[in-house]
Design a protein around this ligand. Structure first.
Ligand code: NAD
Ligand code: DAU
Length: 359
């Protein structure tokens, strides 16, 4: 692993991954291909450690010629594929972009990797890897007594986002079985931490609470997610790149399953403590139950036995301390927050997703 193509590296997890890898892998160089959609920002890439080892390229994973050019020019031996449309609610209101990026984009990358590594034999297959970053949402929704998701759980996606990610996963596996492309896949749970776009639950609730706006909890708020601190996710991918078995999938999670309402209450309590004199304290007063997400998955839980026993990985961040760090980061970075919140696209999204929901 010397020359890594990271796709979607200006987004939340991709930018954290680049920061983490530059800090932990002194020999690697990273080429970051990102289309800079609403979710990607150069501000996510400020203050990288050793930035000379990072090259940013603005472009789409759907542009096969560009991808081929980057593979050749930088002699890419490792692809870590994050680029995606990633927000379930957006996939409900506009599924087309999800099909394009998450399916066609993944296919385009796979084709380029196949041509460069296998057909042109540019590098030995022992030294190359296509790592696909996927989600636990491909497994669907668990009932109260179902066992947690693991690597053998059948796929049962229920949102357009989840279905598009599932399609991407199937294509990646097909390229391994059919062409022998050296792949690995991680399916992980909900990430949280710095630089997350404030359309997702945790940053949305932090920023709304700080501004004294309603905290829109979908339905009864008893839906359950597993929460993974983003640096733990980066370390999991790093372990898979180093020691993961080619062709294998690893499920990755934070080993906690609180209901959403508990997450929102914890954020409120943290803000009450950090800002006791804020006009909106106690912040829990702002919690407003609103119309539920259509097809809302009720419960996720994830079994990390395989990655723990094979690769010695386990999450190191506790949910409470991770949430405290995250709230502090949003409070300490008002310029980053303002840049996003003042974007017209963001305001339009908030209107489109929330205005029609009944309190
Ligand atoms: P994000 O929405 O914050 O970032 C996505 C990035 O991809 C953005 O920088 C965007 O500009 C870029 N992008 C979108 N379309 C592109 C295209 N056609 N070409 C190049 N770049 C493009 O997403 P995230 O939360 O960082 O998620 C990253 C990956 O991890 C996704 O594949 C997602 O499915 C997966 N994942 C996310 C979570 C989570 O909790 N956020 C959990 C499990 C898996
Ligand atoms: O499980 C992994 C997935 O986690 C990733 O694949 C997705 O990319 C990522 O967006 C995330 O999907 P979720 O739908 O779980 O994340 P989100 O932050 O949108 O919502 C988390 C939970 O909070 C979910 O049950 C819906 C609920 N929610 C969300 C929002 C935005 C609310 O109650 N209110 C809200 O305003």
């Amino acid at each position: 692993m010397q020359n890594i193509l990271v796709t979607g590296g200006a987004g939340f997890i991709g930018s954290n991954f680049i920061r983490y890898m530059l800090a932990h892998e002194p020999e690697i160089r990273i080429v970051n291909l990102d289309a800079l959609t609403y979710a990607g920002s150069m501000e996510n890439l400020a203050n990288l450690p050793d930035p000379a080892r990072h090259t940013f390229v603005k472009g789409s994973i759907c542009d096969g010629n560009l991808v081929m050019q980057l593979l050749h020019e930088h002699r890419i031996d490792t692809i870590v594929h994050f680029a995606a449309e990633s927000h379930v609610d957006r996939s409900i209101l506009g599924p087309g972009a999800f099909v394009q990026t998450n399916i066609v984009g993944t296919f385009t990358l796979l084709e380029a990797a196949r041509r460069f590594w296998l057909n042109e034999k540019a590098l030995g297959t022992q030294s190359v890897r296509f790592h696909h970053v996927s989600t636990d949402e491909v497994f669907g929704s668990l009932g109260p007594d179902d066992p947690p998701f693991d690597e053998n759980t059948p796929y049962a996606p229920r949102s357009p986002y989840a279905a598009s990610k599932a399609s991407g996963d199937h294509l990646v596996r097909a390229y391994f079985h059919t062409y022998g492309l050296p792949i690995t896949i991680t399916n992980c749970s909900n990430n949280y931490g710095p630089y997350q776009f404030p359309e997702k639950l945790i940053p949305l609730m932090i920023l709304n609470a700080v501004e004294g706006k309603p905290l829109p909890v979908y339905g009864d708020g008893m839906q359950i997610r597993d929460w993974l601190y983003v640096d733990d996710h980066s370390e999991a991918i790093r372990r898979v790149l180093h020691d993961g078995r080619v062709g294998e999938t690893y499920t990755v999670g934070g080993d906690n399953q609180p209901p959403n309402i508990q997450i929102v209450n914890t954020i409120c309590e943290i803000l009450d403590e950090l800002q006791p004199d804020a006009p909106h304290t106690p912040h829990a007063r702002l919690i407003t139950h609103v119309t539920d997400r259509p097809g809302h998955d009720r419960r996720y839980d994830i079994d990390i036995t395989k990655i723990r026993t094979e690769l010695g990985w386990q999450p190191s961040e506790q949910l409470q301390s991770g949430l405290l760090k995250t709230v502090r980061w949003y409070l300490d970075n008002p310029a980053w927050v303002d840049a996003i919140r003042k974007q017209q696209e963001y305001q339009q999204w908030m209107e489109a997703n929330y205005a029609g929901r009944q309190a």
